[in-house]
Write a protein that binds this ligand. Structure first.
Ligand code: UT7
Length: 332
């Protein structure tokens, strides 16, 4: 049987930085409030002519190079994004494949909001284990600034732009394989976090009139509570099902939405501070890109070593959630 190994990671953030002080000149907020309630100090914002696919390509180039996989051996690209280059088509994954110079790959996007990276990890694993694909490039890429309402202080302080990518490759060595991936969803909570306009329910007239038709709206406080509950429950389940103790986790990599959510989940799971990966302070919430960007952060700072076990944990609009037990398994 083929197993799926997490071979490499890469990430990219655009140059421009938007600080809390910058935001306090745009909406009624302060650096003190944002820092205390979210842990966020700054986030990166893409240039006007920089598309989600451009961010994804830069992250992917690093992941491909670090994996040692030849471009021509990549047989599938999946992008997780809620801020695609184009509303319906073409998919951002197809654009990325062309920008990377790839032909004849399977390429598609999925929409699972902040859980997107865990979802594409599960899809890559399934395709590889079934024998249908061998080298799958997965990318979480977001230009959330394009769908953020910069007059709404409840959301605009949270989100940033960026991308992260990983190469998932077939192996027959079970010891280097992804152990398990959980994914779930509950549409009952759809209204907590959504882009309410611009879809098939909007009339053409309404679309013409609504400038901000694709902006995100969030019931922040309710989302916060469901997030803590769901993230904790899902992790407890995946650890128990796989007979793994929280002490065995070297790196807990949660979706980077809010420091207080991460702290509450870490405490509930009795994780030590040195196990918890934190990047929300410098990148904000980058939705589907946040987990691979956080993994890349520990990789580039020399903290992520071959064979170390990561626990991924995500939660987002839909609602969706997911977790994964992933040893880091570079080729060399
Ligand atoms: O990524 C996927 C999922 N997303 C999340 O998980 C995000 C979850 N939610 C959150 O991170 C937090 O709920 C927020 C950071 C969005 C808000 O923090 P909170 O502690 O839940 O605040 P709140 O919404 O209960 O608001 C408390 C007060 C309100 O004022 P009153 O009604 O008490 O007078 C808000 O109007 O804070 C006010 N407020 C602000 N004040 C200054 C809300 N946003 C701001 C702001 N600056 N930016």
């Amino acid at each position: 049987m083929a197993y799926a190994a997490f071979r490499s990671i890469g990430a990219y953030v655009p140059e421009k930085i938007l600080t809390n002080d910058d935001l306090s000149t745009m909406v009624d907020t302060t650096d003190e409030w944002i820092t205390k309630r979210t842990g966020i100090k700054e986030r990166h914002i893409a240039a006007k002519d920089e598309y989600t696919s451009d961010l994804g390509v830069k992250a992917a180039e690093k992941a491909i190079e670090r994996s040692g996989v030849a471009l021509g051996d990549i047989d599938m690209i999946i992008t997780a994004t809620i801020s695609p280059d184009y509303f319906c088509m073409p998919s951002t994954a197809t654009i990325i494949s062309t920008k990377l110079g790839l032909k004849n790959v399977t390429a598609f996007d999925i929409s699972a909001a902040c859980t997107g990276f865990v979802y594409i990890l599960s899809i890559a694993k399934a395709f590889i284990e079934s024998g249908m694909k061998k080298n799958v490039l997965i990318i979480g890429a977001e230009k959330l600034s394009a769908i953020t309402d910069y007059t709404d202080r409840g959301t605009c302080i949270l989100f940033g732009d960026g991308a992260g990518a990983a190469m998932i490759c077939a192996t027959d060595d079970k010891s280097e394989a992804i152990i398990d991936v959980h994914t779930g969803a509950d549409g009952e909570y759809a209204d907590l976090l959504m882009t309410p306009n611009g879809g098939s329910g909007s009339t053409h007239d309404a679309l013409d009139q609504e400038a901000g038709s694709c902006f995100m709206q969030m019931k922040g406080n309710e989302t916060f509570k469901v997030a803590v509950r769901t993230l904790t429950k899902d992790v407890k389940e995946i650890l128990a099902e796989n007979n793994i103790a929280s002490d065995d986790i070297i790196h807990f990599v949660p979706h980077q939405a809010n420091y207080r959510i991460i702290k509450a989940v870490g405490d509930a799971l009795k994780l030590r501070e040195d196990q918890v990966v934190l990047t929300v302070g410098k990148f904000g919430n980058t939705s589907g890109a946040s987990i691979p960007m956080a993994i890349n952060d520990i990789y580039e700072s020399g903290k992520l070593k071959s064979g170390e076990l990561m626990l991924l944990d995500a939660f987002g609009g839909g609602l969706t959630w997911g977790s994964a037990l992933v040893p880091f398994s570079p080729k060399n």
